[in-house]
Design a binder for this molecule. Structure first.
Ligand SMILES: [Zn+2]
Length: 249
């Protein structure tokens, strides 16, 4: 299939996209297959006919099979414009080695906030596209709830588990980008707390980190408490007593 392509990255693209078309399914609605967009459609790579979701595939060779913390993407400004628009796609991230898929995960579109997009250094003056600024998607900054594995360490995850993880993640969906950022940031802080039961002080420990991200917010603690309520309402944590919380598995 890839015989007609000399360029290594083109060969990889042909093979991984074909694999996805033959083996992929829609993790959001459970449709048995997803379809490939005709070439040169800038929107995305795949779509689901049943629920109309769009998906973009990012695949990378990885000898160890491990997923990378950062994924190189295109122009920074284009990426930011895209994720803050209404029709940003969901993403599949894939690693492969030895002609097999090692890991495949889906990140729903509403997990993409500007804070996870890292600006790369502008290309030097001597480069053909001098001054061009690319970006990296920082996968490691996305809360675990938004990294939905379909294949993990070469083993297919039960589809029922995939759908239920998708359904749980969808409870974090908000249309307001700023609000979305806060909700996901506080969730990421909670995921970093090692125990299931935790205290308000454990979350306040991230105050400086959040203040650095939101320099215009002068009342970080109040914002944290508000997000904890939202996470409770959406079924991610429960309130045990005043200032005592528990994660819901
Ligand atoms: Zn679907």
């Amino acid at each position: 299939m890839a015989a007609g392509y000399k360029n290594k990255s083109q060969r990889a693209r042909v093979l991984t996209e074909n694999w996805m078309e033959r083996n992929g399914y829609c993790p959001i609605c459970g449709a048995f297959s997803i379809r490939h967009y005709a070439a040169n459609r800038p929107v995305a790579d795949f779509y689901c006919d049943a629920c109309k979701s769009d998906f973009e595939l990012k695949s990378k060779y990885s000898k160890s099979g491990k997923l990378m913390g950062k994924v190189v993407d295109g122009a920074y400004d284009t990426m930011i414009a895209r994720i803050t628009s209404r029709n940003n796609p969901n993403f599949f991230f894939m690693t492969y080695a030895n002609d097999a898929v090692s890991n495949l995960l889906m990140v729903p579109n509403y997990f993409f906030v500007p804070a996870i997009i890292e600006k790369r250094k502008p290309l030097s003056d001597t480069a053909r596209r001098a001054g061009w600024v690319g970006c990296n998607i920082q996968l490691s900054e996305i809360p675990k709830a938004g990294r939905i594995y379909m294949i993990r360490n070469r083993i297919e995850v039960d589809k029922k588990v995939v759908f239920s993880n998708c359904a749980k993640a969808s409870r974090l969906q908000t249309s307001d980008i700023e609000g979305r950022g806060w909700l996901l940031d506080v969730l990421a802080c909670i995921e970093k707390i090692k125990t299931d039961q935790f205290y308000l002080a454990d979350v306040y420990a991230f105050e400086n980190q959040l203040a650095a991200k939101y320099p215009n917010n002068k009342n970080i603690r109040a914002k944290i408490r508000q997000q904890l309520q939202l996470l409770r309402d959406r079924g991610f944590i429960e309130f045990l007593s005043r200032g005592v919380y528990r994660k819901i598995r």
